[in-house]
Design a protein around this ligand. Structure first.
Ligand SMILES: Cc1cc2nc3c(=O)[nH]c(=O)nc-3n(C[C@H](O)[C@H](O)[C@H](O)COP(=O)(O)O)c2cc1C
Length: 264
């Protein structure tokens, strides 16, 4: 089948057509559709069929408001009709092992990475299902920032990490018409067998159609400051480190109560 023929397939078409939606009509998403979105998420592939995630649906307006501030001041978060936080959850199985009388090892970096993979794959299923129902969505990566605040808002215990937040709602006409941001040429992201590190010349060519009237250097410097070197990016690293430290330093007491390990 040619690529063009495949694009006529409704599933593949929806993957091409999906774009982030940040302005919503305000129309209410029926409960049945919320259920389909959550169930579609739960149908995603999951490591060892463990479903190493918990999906938190945020319905409390106060919490939505606080999240719109704690996630880098993005007001459209609280305007979204449906807000789901996909938490990588290493606690559920830990507690299940304990329940069986096992003294489980503490979850480590590998367990966390697996749980984050599970959570994100489930989240993307929710995005695709919502799109099929005419509902737009946007990821909010900033949920990984401000560990202490998010923990308090969401009541997250140790071994539970908020990997992604998704906000959903019906797109306004302006959002439907907005062009989808272009992707890099596939040849730059699809490689064969062995990793190829791009040369300076290739990098300049890769971003050619993004820089507009600016030179590569000027455009790249501005992008670097706005994204990679921004306060929010630095906060994200601090915050994720905090979550990781917590993985390393805490141990369970009993019935979900956790305590800092004494340092001798
Ligand atoms: C992990 C992740 C985190 C993101 N975080 C945000 C965010 O905090 N705020 C936002 O407006 N968009 C966020 N986005 C959406 C991206 O900006 C968007 O996917 C990208 O610009 C490509 O545009 P498209 O989704 O319309 O194709 C995030 C996307 C991903 C995958």
């Amino acid at each position: 089948m040619s690529i063009d023929a495949k694009i006529s397939d409704p599933t593949i078409r929806s993957l091409y057509e999906r774009k982030s939606v940040r302005v919503f009509t305000g129309a209410h998403i029926p409960e049945d559709d919320v259920r389909i979105i959550a169930e579609a998420a739960a149908q995603a592939p999951t490591a060892g069929n463990q479903q190493l995630y918990t999906i938190l649906r945020i319905t409390d307006p106060e919490k939505k408001h606080r999240l719109s501030i704690s996630c880098d001041n993005q007001p459209f978060i609280e305007e979204a009709d449906l807000v789901l936080v996909f938490c990588a959850d290493c606690l559920r199985w830990y507690r299940a092992y304990e329940e069986a009388g096992i003294e489980p090892r503490k979850p480590g970096e590998g367990d966390l990475m697996l749980a984050v993979s599970d959570a994100l794959i489930a989240a993307q299923n929710a995005v695709v299902a919502a799109q099929a129902l005419g509902i737009g969505s946007c990821y909010i990566g900033d949920i990984m920032e401000n560990a202490e605040v998010q923990r308090e808002i969401l009541g997250l215990p140790s071994y539970v990490f908020p990997a992604a937040m998704l906000v959903f709602g019906y797109p306004t006409e302006q959002q439907k018409d907005r062009p989808k941001p272009k992707r890099l040429d596939l040849d730059y992201v699809l490689q064969e067998n062995i990793y190829h590190e791009h040369t300076g010349e290739e990098l300049r060519k890769m971003f050619e159609d993004r820089t507009g009237k600016k030179t590569y250097d000027d455009w790249m410097r501005a992008f670097y400051e706005r994204k990679y070197n921004s306060d929010f990016a630095r906060e994200m690293t601090r915050s994720v480190r905090k979550f990781l430290e917590d993985f390393q330093q805490h141990r369970p007491l009993h019935m979900g109560k956790w305590v800092m390990q004494m340092k001798i």
